[in-house]
Design a binder for this molecule. Structure first.
Ligand code: F6R
Length: 241
């Protein structure tokens, strides 16, 4: 694991965006695995700046997002498709047809998960997978469990995950109970993984994930088995390492 501790928010965003931008410069056709949540928002902001400055282009790139809530259509303010459009895709030159987010509004979620898997297999290996980290050690929505699933599948969200995400909804009752997520197998197949975490509330799980035992009870700990992981942490999130 290559751990980079940055000094502040600006350096956090610049470091994350810099890694993604240099990949695109050397491989303009890169397949990006992307995340939602609060962690990457500033990274996406910085990528938009780099695009506007002509430093980076997404014209030939494609993307696959980690996850989507089941029951929210694309227009729902909290759907991850809408999040991605608003925080990144609408502001860069990526072709909309090259961006992929699992469909949360399908009447048949199992089928939607299978379809997403098919698209991933057709695309080939993800070049760089960006990940945030849940307080319980989840990556994507792969929650701690006895067993983890390799390909894209449906998950029931933990209460803690729903509570953490309730801040974006009018009330906890409106937070979906299930999601479609890329599985741990697909995540670990990425050529490179960029794990990012910030804030003191992540310090404990960062330490568990990076230094603790490798266990399905902390899905992010499986990243210790991957040969090419870069971890970007702010001082607070790296405080217990
Ligand atoms: C988002 C995702 C989640 C988040 C994680 C951290 O697509 O897959 O695993 O990365 O819940 O969320 P934030 O960044 O909001 O702390």
């Amino acid at each position: 694991l290559n751990i980079i501790k940055v000094k502040d928010e600006q350096q956090f965003n610049e470091t994350g965006a810099g890694i993604i931008a240099s990949l695109l410069q050397s491989n303009p056709r890169a397949i990006l695995g992307l995340a939602t949540g609060s962690t990457p928002v500033g990274v996406y902001g910085k990528l938009i700046e780099l695009y506007r400055e002509g430093v980076v282009s997404f014209k030939q790139a494609s993307s696959f997002n980690l996850d989507e809530y089941i029951g929210l259509d694309e227009q729902h303010p909290e759907s991850y498709r809408r999040f991605m459009n608003e925080k990144l895709f609408n502001h860069i030159d990526i072709l909309p047809e090259n961006t992929h987010v699992p469909s949360g509004s399908s009447s048949d979620p199992e089928q939607a998960a299978a379809e997403y898997n098919r698209l991933l297999e057709q695309a080939g290996q993800i070049d760089l997978q960006l990940l945030g980290l849940g307080h319980n050690g989840h990556i994507g929505f792969n929650e701690p469990a006895e067993e983890l699933t390799g390909p894209t599948h449906i998950v029931k969200l933990e209460e803690r995950t729903r509570q953490a995400n309730a801040r974006y909804f009018p009330s906890i009752d409106e937070v979906p109970t299930h999601a479609i997520t890329m599985g741990i197998g697909t995540i670990l197949q990425a050529k490179q993984i960029l794990l990012m975490a910030k804030g003191a509330d992540k310090a404990e799980v960062v330490a568990r994930a990076l230094r603790g035992p490798i266990t399905t009870q902390c899905p992010a700990s499986l990243l210790q088995t991957h040969p090419n992981v870069v971890v970007v942490l702010d001082q607070a999130a790296g405080g217990l390492l």
